[in-house]
Design a protein around this ligand. Structure first.
Ligand SMILES: Cc1ncc(C[n+]2csc(CCOP(=O)(O)OP(=O)(O)O)c2C)c(N)n1
Length: 281
């Protein structure tokens, strides 16, 4: 493991502000479209901000650049925050966020690799990101390309069998350039993850598939940045960052509520959500 790298106060402030902005984008986008998944899009805002605005080696002018880092949003239903990050990072105009979900548009209801610059994998059918991420790592080894692959998975998603098949393969081949980030917000589509299908002891599960484990508060920007750096320093295994988060984070009436997994705020709810996000960050 690499030693602790200290991140500057300015960087932390800038990234926290970006996470806040991305959350505002999410609630506005879901409201405008009248559909979407606010809860699971709000929970990984710090992780997405840290990746797209600091950690990833990417270039919006060259989305297919061969040695770029790859980010896969395996929990594809949370794509509003991915689109917001891609737009703000310069992959397409911020104005285009207003076209999310339009028939024939570039920003589909779930991510489509063939339509949106910066989207690395078509997702929405849960569970497949780790397998594809592992494949990208193996391809990188064969081609001798030095890139890292990151996969954001949901905790509900970790209930799907195919995810563990990918995890087993990544463990077998010691794919140290693969980092999974588990958005552990404890709530699934219509209830609590532990009630629907218990995951615990989840650390032991990943460990038994030969992954290195890091565990963080997913809303603490310093911890997010440190864990991403540490994962890069682990050279003998893939790493999972278990990020404890709150579903709907930042909007009081959405926090921790399965009811806000897949519904849009009305006009009044949007107003309150944006006010809270502007005030509290
Ligand atoms: C294979 C598959 N099964 C079921 C679904 C329906 N589905 C969409 S989101 C979701 C819940 C996912 O929960 P989680 O991974 O915890 O996401 P988050 O709470 O972070 O939004 C389900 C079951 C799906 N998209 N794909």
């Amino acid at each position: 493991m690499v030693g602790k790298i200290t991140h500057s106060v300015e960087l932390i402030k800038e990234l926290k502000e970006m996470a806040r902005q991305l959350r505002v984008d999410v609630v506005e986008m879901v409201h405008r479209r009248g559909a979407g998944h606010p809860g699971g899009s709000l929970s990984p805002a710090e992780i997405i901000a840290a990746l797209f605005f600091h950690h990833l080696h990417i270039d919006p002018d060259r989305p297919e650049w061969e040695t770029r880092d790859h980010f896969i949003l395996s929990k594809g239903h949370a794509c509003s925050i991915l689109y917001a990050a891609l737009a703000r990072r310069g992959y397409f105009p911020i104005e285009e966020l207003k076209t999310w979900g339009d028939i024939g548009g570039r920003l589909q209801g779930h991510p489509d690799r063939l339509k949106t610059p910066g989207v690395e994998m078509t997702t929405g059918c849960l569970g497949h990101g780790i397998s594809i991420g592992a494949g990208l790592c193996l391809a990188g080894q064969l081609k001798r390309l030095d890139y890292h692959t990151y996969v954001l998975v949901g905790d509900g998603e970790c209930q799907s069998g195919i995810l563990w098949e990918g995890a087993m393969l990544a463990g077998k081949y010691k794919l140290s350039k693969l980092t999974a980030i588990m958005d552990y917000n404890e709530v699934q589509l219509d209830g609590r993850v532990e009630d629907i299908m218990p995951l615990e002891p989840v650390k032991k599960k990943w460990e038994s598939f030969n992954w290195a484990i890091l565990e963080i508060d997913g809303h603490n920007m310093e911890e997010v940045l440190d864990s991403l750096d540490k994962a890069c320093g682990i050279n003998d295994r893939p790493t999972v960052i278990i990020a404890h988060t709150i579903k709907g984070k930042g909007v009081s009436f959405m926090e921790g509520k399965a009811a806000w997994h897949g519904r849009a705020p009305n006009d009044d709810e949007l107003k309150q959500a944006v006010e809270e996000l502007r005030k509290n960050g």
